[in-house]
Design a protein around this ligand. Structure first.
Ligand code: 13P
Length: 337
């Protein structure tokens, strides 16, 4: 079932996160998709990007596991093989189309390793157009780096303000904002550093959301899981990651937020699923728990596709395998309540 025309923000947000369905992040920017394609030896051309994404969105039964897809602006305007506009195809399948609206990261200052996210200029006008093209939700990603003295207070403050301003503009345009403050996994820090950084970032984001009058019932939070740094990822067990993640989120995320949709952040497909399962199993939680994975849903599918249209069925099978594994662990947790 698609979102009825004019459905409220809270109804759309709930549909995006409820019942064990998650969100496919297929909104890689031009630079990012070019890097992913280069890894499989494929040149990033407009027809190649369209072909790959149209193949994924044609997977039969995707909507049993996936409630929404985050698109890149280019994809919002592209068509399926039969000429149907991609957002209309998704909506007809019962999948809510969304759009990445941030314009990427820039250095905070000339000598800083930290970054802030750009893209507020003209956002209201852009959202009006995206809504006309079928988008019902948006995404804005802020990143926070763990290092000596970071994430710094100015970085946290600026990114929190930007996320909240974006979220308010979305809601004023009838669009559900996905608010994504990502504490990056890059580095060799222990689990505890990620817990501390996430515990500092999230309250700052929620304070700004409140100052700017954002309706918490009409948004989705997309945070990192609390993990050790990528270089020492194995230094904490799945149980420790789940316990730390749940502890931080319970301390920081108001129950009015309908759902938390985790990013995968560089975890392997299986690691992300295992951690998601363990987090969900610690419920019941005050919010729906789900996934909004990019790499952890697409890595196998991208390799299976390998730039060839005739490999679409294998790519679709790989995507469905990951999507059903993730929705499966969520449904298993829901069923035990
Ligand atoms: P990953 O799951 O690959 O981190 O991507 C999710 C996403 O949308 C990042 O903005």
């Amino acid at each position: 079932m698609g979102v009825p025309e004019g459905a409220g923000l809270a109804a759309t947000a709930r549909q995006m996160v409820a019942d064990g369905k998650g969100i496919l992040a297929a909104d890689e920017s031009g630079g990012t998709i070019a890097r992913r394609f280069a890894e499989i030896g494929v040149e990033s051309t407009e027809p190649a990007r369209r072909g790959y994404r149209a193949a994924l969105f044609s997977a039969a039964g995707l909507s049993e596991h996936v409630s929404g897809v985050i698109l890149y602006e280019e994809t919002l305007r592209q068509k399926m093989d039969d000429g149907t506009p991609i957002p209309q195809h998704l909506a007809a399948c019962g999948i809510v189309p969304g759009i990445k609206v941030d314009k990427g990261l820039v250095a905070m200052t000339a000598d800083s390793k930290e970054q802030v996210t750009e893209g507020l200029d003209g956002l209201g006008k852009r959202l009006e157009e995206y809504r006309g093209l079928g988008a019902r939700f948006a995404k804005w990603r802020a990143v926070f780096t763990i290092g000596p003295g970071t994430p710094s207070l100015p970085c946290i403050h600026d990114n929190a303000w930007l996320l909240a301003r974006y979220a308010r503009i979305c809601q004023d345009s009838g669009i559900v904002p996905i608010v994504e403050p990502e504490v990056l996994m890059d580095g060799e820090h222990p689990l505890q550093r990620s817990a501390e950084a996430t515990r500092t970032v999230l309250p700052a984001v929620f304070a700004e959301l409140r100052y700017q009058g954002v309706d918490l019932t009409g948004m989705v939070l997309k945070p990192n899981m609390v993990t050790p740094g990528a270089k020492v990822f194995g230094s904490a067990s799945v149980a420790e990651v789940a316990a730390a993640t749940v502890e931080v989120l319970r301390a920081c995320v108001p129950a009015a937020v309908p759902g938390i949709a985790f990013l995968s952040g560089g975890q392997s497909e299986q690691q992300a699923t295992d951690n998601l399962a363990a987090i969900a199993a610690l419920g019941p939680h005050p919010w729906w728990i789900t996934f909004s994975f990019g790499r952890a849903l697409q890595a196998s599918a991208l390799r299976a596709w390998a730039g060839r249209a005739e490999n679409a069925p294998q790519a679709q099978r790989a995507l469905l395998e990951r999507a059903s594994a993730n929705s499966g662990v969520l449904r298993a947790a829901i069923a035990t309540r």
